[in-house]
Ligand binder design. Structure first.
Ligand SMILES: Cc1cc2nc3c(=O)[nH]c(=O)nc-3n(C[C@H](O)[C@H](O)[C@H](O)COP(=O)(O)O)c2cc1C
Length: 408
């Protein structure tokens, strides 16, 4: 499916490193284009970079303060190197000077950008920009080779006229090419060709025409998983309860309100799915007889009779030849115990357990997951939900493939 180029980085945190090259002025245009593509951008400006373009330019264009200092109490208190490293979904250094390439190769941590690159789990890309002799130098080429071997992504350079008047390789890629290459960092292909069905958000159970029972689920985790699965190459159908969230690119969304509607939407599609991920917080009970008229305030007490809702997850897991089924367990206590019990009781392939409360879980920006299957527990440590969703998706892809191989 085609994603409009201008929305290819929606919901992504891009940390842009700008270093001391004459091409630093082009980074201003790059910030604008990254934002147009939907990314949130924070700029880390090296000492060399600040000699070419002022922090004010990048602050105005990114809408965020510019980060430059490592050993500074105020900077560290605001958003220190570890927080920046964790915030980033990708680190892109553009322009990347010969100097920063050498320093990354050595694993230096003596300025903010180098320290962030060491501390991040996110992919790191460098867009070299330098004089053609500096680029051709064996030191630079050796450094690049080592960085490539460690998983750093080189974006370019390209050939052409240079600021120094020479012509040759060493010119930084154009901003549009860097944006496209940045978006490609997220297209892992781990779920290529698979159909993934995901539920997300809360359900609303009508009490009368204006009132309902619901819960605090924001839907953010399920939407993040849907986006990560689409980026991993899957055809994703998202069955969503009421949320305030935008549909992720390349995701087909079906809106439902109640557990019964969600049940019908999921069961109608589950046999076609390869993987089912149930992240919705489905109400366990619904009012037995919703009033057709608004209930009036005539009595001191009011009792509602509730009846059990269908168990969507258990029903999908029990389908003969059904999809690889992943459940979520949100608990406030005894997390692993409840999650293991749910895994066994509902005969799931995998369960992702998260603790709710203490700033994590529902309505929170960050989460942490314990992912359990028949072989044991994998801990996905606290991170923004988008990053966690990518790690979970990679884990699901790995286990799905392993199970499929067992059946061959
Ligand atoms: C006018 C001028 C232009 C420069 N252009 C480049 C360049 O395009 N690429 C590069 O690698 N270094 C270039 N340099 C050298 C770097 O600025 C220098 O190595 C600096 O220490 C890099 O620091 P940084 O990597 O921490 O930003 C240039 C220097 C000057 C004075």
């Amino acid at each position: 499916m085609h994603i409009p180029a201008n929305k290819s980085l929606v919901n992504k945190h891009i940390l842009l490193g700008v270093t001391g090259s004459i091409a630093a002025y082009k980074a201003a245009e790059l910030v604008r284009r990254l934002r147009e593509s939907g990314a949130e951008v924070r700029v880390v400006l090296s000492a060399g970079g600040a000699e070419f373009v002022t922090p004010l330019t990048f602050q105005a264009l990114s809408g965020n303060p510019v980060h430059s200092e490592l050993l500074d109490t105020e900077a560290e208190a605001a958003m220190g190197h570890i927080e920046l490293a964790r915030w980033a979904d990708a680190v892109v250094i553009a322009p990347a000077s010969a100097n920063v390439i050498a320093r990354l190769t050595q694993g230096r941590a003596d300025d903010l950008l180098a320290a962030v690159c060491l501390a991040t789990e996110a992919p790191v890309a460098v867009a070299p920009a330098m004089n053609q002799q500096m680029w051709a130098n064996a030191a630079t080429q050796d450094n690049l080779q080592q960085l490539r071997a460690r998983g750093v992504h080189p974006f370019g350079p390209t050939e052409g006229g240079q600021a120094c008047g020479e012509t040759g390789p060493g010119r930084m890629l154009e901003a549009a090419d860097i944006v496209r290459r940045t978006a490609e960092l997220f297209d892992t292909g781990a779920l290529a060709g698979l159909r993934v069905l995901i539920t997300a958000g809360p359900t609303q159970e009508a009490i009368d025409p204006v009132r309902y029972l619901s819960n605090r689920s924001s839907g953010r985790m399920g939407y993040a998983v849907a986006q990560a699965a689409a980026e991993a190459g899957a055809h994703v159908t998202l069955v969503s309860g009421p949320t305030a969230l935008a549909t992720p690119p390349r995701v087909e969304r079906i809106d439902v309100r109640s557990a019964e509607e969600m049940h019908a939407a999921v069961l109608g599609r589950a046999t076609d799915a390869d993987i089912f991920i149930a992240s919705a917080a489905v109400a366990d009970y619904r009012p037995a007889a919703p009033s057709e008229q608004k209930i009036k305030k005539t009595t001191d007490t009011l009792s509602l009779e509730l009846v059990r809702n269908p168990d969507i997850l258990a029903e999908v897991a029990a389908l003969p030849g059904g999809p690889f089924t992943v459940g979520f367990a949100a608990e406030t206590a005894n997390l692993l115990e409840y999650a293991r019990d749910k895994l066994a009781r509902k005969d799931l392939d995998m369960i992702a357990a998260n603790r709710v409360g203490g700033g994590l879980g529902f309505e929170a920006e960050e989460n942490a997951l314990s992912v359990i299957d028949a072989n044991g527990v994998t801990e996905l440590t606290q991170a923004p939900k988008a990053q966690l969703a990518r790690r979970l998706t990679a884990l699901i892809a790995e286990h799905f493939r392993r199970r499929s191989e067992c059946f061959l």
